[in-house]
Design a protein around this ligand. Structure first.
Ligand code: NAD
Length: 162
């Protein structure tokens, strides 16, 4: 009991008082948990930020699958080739620039403003790995590059698709 001479008609034990106080304090803290919807389902903070390294035959297909995934935002592409024909089929024009343009055009369609230029192109994969905001990378380059890129990406704490 709080006190033997407590004038309250409903005396409360010390333990109950502490429990109620804790519950009250907890309810005060609740508004600090802001629902994700406040920022919009497509807010960058709600999506996995992906950089695509290697945008040739296989890489462009994987990039397109990630583009369709609403949980993902492609923030960078990386390829040593600016853009050229000569991939698997003659009509393909692949490389860094076509990939960047495709990513920006896709997100522009979804943007209220109708424009988007947020996909950054890189030649050197190490600059991609230096970005702290990149959560995951796709590594779709010739075989002799797999090990070094994968090890360095893992060392930088990136999730990896290859
Ligand atoms: N083509 C297929 O059907 C197929 C199927 C399964 C797996 N794979 C594998 O996928 C990988 C890629 O094959 P692909 O057919 O897409 O090759 P690709 O030659 O079409 O594309 C590779 C791309 O990587 C780029 N690149 C090369 N070195 C780079 C570097 N250091 N940094 C950044 N970009 C670089 C090239 O410019 C090119 O655009 C290979 O490991 C291959 O074994 C290919």
């Amino acid at each position: 009991m709080v006190h033997d001479t407590d004038p309250s008609p409903h005396p409360i034990s010390r333990r109950a008082l502490l429990r109620r106080s804790a519950a009250f304090a907890g309810s005060l803290a609740l508004p600090a948990i802001v629902p994700a919807s406040v920022f919009g389902a497509r807010a960058p903070s709600n999506r996995i930020q992906v950089a695509c390294i290697g945008t040739g035959n296989q890489g462009i297909g994987i990039l397109r699958r990630f583009l369709r995934n609403e949980d993902v935002q492609i923030v960078a592409v990386c390829d040593v080739n600016t853009g050229s024909h000569g991939y698997k089929t003659d009509d393909q024009y692949l490389g860094r620039e076509p990939a960047r343009q495709e990513v920006d055009a896709h997100y522009a369609q979804l943007a209220r403003s109708g424009s988007y230029t947020g996909c950054t192109p890189y030649i050197d994969f190490r600059e991609v790995l230096d970005r702290d905001d990149v959560d995951a990378v796709t590594i779709v380059v010739p075989d002799h590059w797999h090990a070094i890129m994968t090890v360095q990406a893992a060392e930088r704490g990136k999730d990896i698709y290859w």
